[in-house]
Design a protein around this ligand. Structure first.
Ligand code: MIG
Length: 628
């Protein structure tokens, strides 16, 4: 059952593809609050679990926190935060009833999931221009399937997208990349992709390659292809505002960059320095922007990752000027005022980055209307990807590009994948990765993953191996790292063979994973599910927050605690425990329903095969002689 309600004049976000007749009156569950802005409220029963909200902080069960979606470039994914880079406004209330709620709205929106009032879910947004979809089905899985049917089929990457990706901000030259590939080859560590971060560009300008550091780039792309490796370059949202540079000049001449209400170009700072933003909501501008990706295709590139597309802004020219006027240099001359003027300067500067007030300063043109950026903010990453995908379709007809984005909105799941941004080399972020996967899947993102080993901070060997032990099951499998932290390629660690064996395991799993992923996409299903999806009557299963079902045949229970020799696992039914000693040797044990303690060394990935589901995994690991 689906109900659709419209309030005010909503933006066509292109999240939903199915036509649903509009309903009038009050929704059959919960109610709309009178007053300014948008407000929705519904009861939560004591035993209800609330799933969803896609890319976010905290656990599988979202209850007990306020989440706010206003896409932001914030690398501190701590539990005190309220949101990350994406706005996935879908919730699933699982209890006696099974209810799905989707708030289709591209501006800032908050979800108080029983935090302020234990037994209440309340949703609020500053403007009452919203479409609400209310779904009710007989089970959690059915709710998700109905929602996914509404939003359309998920992106399936080319198969090589499931291969192992090695990345680091700081591979500066072709020689750096050659080294990485050579070391993987020599050690027999499978590798499909090396990501190129902003280092490959000429002065951080999109659609350029530094000819100094990457001479004859097309030949280099070819050379890597011959090694079985594809290069995946990054593209940032900000375009360098550099006079005389053809991309900027052309976009400016044609009026494709975002402007302020007074018609001036909106200038802000990001990696290339003074930058502008393409109005990706304007069809013509988007088409032009998409065509720029043709440059990469002409070099032999078959995909890319879109970054900084929240969009991230370090400062805006207007904000800088205003602060300068408020605290003019003359002030510093007066010694007695130094402290106060410095304090004002400092707090002003601290507000520069990603300030929503800046988002009111410039506008977009969409479907014949003018919107402030703030109104459409959460859609920017999606529409940037839409332009990119169309560009790739034109430049590489008939071939699916490999695409993933940092920022996203529901709807983008039809076009590309996502990676979950700047996590850290923390054990808690391995857990966060585990807990985010089902939520992302519910919102349509099947091709998804986190930076394995963590992006920020230094990764230790045990964390890397434990993370890989989970990562081998995750569709987007990338080891990526920040340039200021310890390199974390396999050869930086002592246990190189253990690392290699994990990657080899992954390659054995790819045919299985790819099939499961395609079947999830075709059936509008998740790849990763909370245990309660299949064991709804089991109280214990409903409370487990750190184990996942993978397809209909496996259960995962990763170890995410440092120095732990093992962990407790809840088995909701009898299962076969499989411990991978390496990529060709396994230990198995049949286990009874209940709580068990599992021991596994850092490099020993393990999983559970569900009762009667031995066949699929038996085909992958023939050594197990199961299910035939
Ligand atoms: O401000 O391009 O999330 O993966 O390495 C940081 C440099 C910009 C953020 C991305 C990260 C990437 C980094 N970028």
């Amino acid at each position: 059952m689906v109900e659709k309600y419209e309030y005010g004049s909503p933006v066509n976000t292109q999240a939903v593809v199915e036509e649903i007749p509009l309903q009038s009156g009050e929704p059959s569950f919960g109610r709309i609050l009178p007053g300014e802005g948008f407000g929705y409220i519904c009861p939560l029963e004591k035993q209800d679990v609330v799933y969803g909200l896609g890319e976010n902080v905290r656990g599988l069960n979202k209850r007990g926190w306020i989440y706010t979606h206003y896409n932001k470039d914030d690398p501190a994914h701590t539990e005190g935060k309220h949101g990350l880079y994406a706005a996935h406004n879908f919730l699933l209330i699982s209890g006696r009833r099974h209810i799905g709620l989707f708030f289709d709205y591209p501006g800032e929106i908050s979800f108080d999931v029983g935090a302020s009032r234990e037994k209440e879910l309340s949703v609020s947004a500053p403007q009452a221009d919203i479409v609400l979809y209310l779904i009710e089905e007989a089970s959690d899985r059915e709710v998700v399937k109905t929602f996914r049917r509404l939003i359309g089929k998920s992106y399936i990457p080319p198969k090589w997208g499931l291969g192992f990706q090695q990345s680091r901000w700081g591979y500066r030259t072709a020689q750096d990349v050659r080294e990485v590939v050579k070391k993987h080859k020599e050690a027999g560590v499978p590798l499909d992709i090396v990501c190129l971060d902003i280092d490959y560009m000429d002065g951080c300008r999109d659609f350029t390659v530094s000819s100094e550091r990457f001479p004859d780039f097309p030949a280099f792309v070819q050379e890597m292809r011959e090694q079985g490796v594809r290069l995946l370059p990054i593209i940032d949202a900000g375009i360098k505002a550099q006079e005389g540079w053809e991309v900027y000049e052309e976009g400016r001449k044609k009026g494709y960059f975002c402007r302020k209400k007074n018609g001036e170009e909106y200038i802000f700072g990001v990696w290339p320095g003074k930058s502008v933003l393409v109005d990706v909501f304007d069809q013509e501008a988007a088409k032009w922007f998409g065509e720029q990706y043709g440059f990469l295709i002409s070099q032999g590139i078959e995909g890319c990752w879109n970054d900084m597309n929240e969009p991230a802004m370090f400062w805006s020219l207007d904000a800088v000027k205003e602060l300068w006027e408020k605290v003019p240099p003359e002030e510093y001359a007066k010694e007695e005022k130094l402290t106060s003027s410095f304090a004002r300067l400092q707090s002003g500067i601290q507000r520069f980055q990603d300030n929503p007030a800046d988002h009111d300063r410039f506008v977009h043109h969409y479907e014949g209307r003018t919107y402030t950026h703030r109104q459409l903010h959460n859609l920017y990453g999606y529409f940037m990807m839409k332009a990119a995908r169309e560009g790739f379709e034109k430049g590489m007809p008939g071939k699916t590009p490999l695409l993933y984005s940092r920022s996203s909105y529901i709807g983008m799941h039809r076009l590309s994948g996502v990676w979950t941004g700047d996590n850290c080399s923390w054990w808690s972020h391995l857990l966060l990765n585990i807990q985010m996967m089902p939520a992302l899947n519910m919102c349509g993102f099947l091709y998804a993953g986190a930076d394995i080993g963590g992006f920020g901070d230094d990764c230790t060997q045990d964390l890397m191996l434990r993370w890989l032990s989970f990562g081998i099951f995750v569709p987007l499998m990338r080891n990526h790292c920040h340039l200021d932290y310890k390199p974390q390629e396999f050869y930086q660690f002592e246990k190189k063979e253990e690392y290699r064996e994990l990657i080899r395991l992954r390659y054995r799993l790819i045919p299985f994973l790819y099939r499961e992923m395609i079947s999830a996409a075709e059936n509008n299903d998740v790849l990763f599910a909370p245990l309660s999806f299949d064991f709804p009557e089991d109280e214990m299963a409903r409370s487990v927050d750190d184990q996942l079902l993978l397809g209909d045949s496996l259960m995962l229970a990763p170890i995410y605690v440092q120095n732990a020799p093992g962990r407790y696992v809840y088995l909701p039914e009898d299962m076969l425990f499989v411990k991978c000693l390496d990529s060709t040797h396994f230990e198995t044990e049949t286990m009874k329903k209940g709580i068990v303690y599992i021991k596994a060394k850092e490099h020993q990935a393990f999983f559970f095969v569900r009762k009667g589901q031995e066949k699929k995994i038996g085909e992958v690991f023939t050594e197990l002689s199961i299910g035939s």
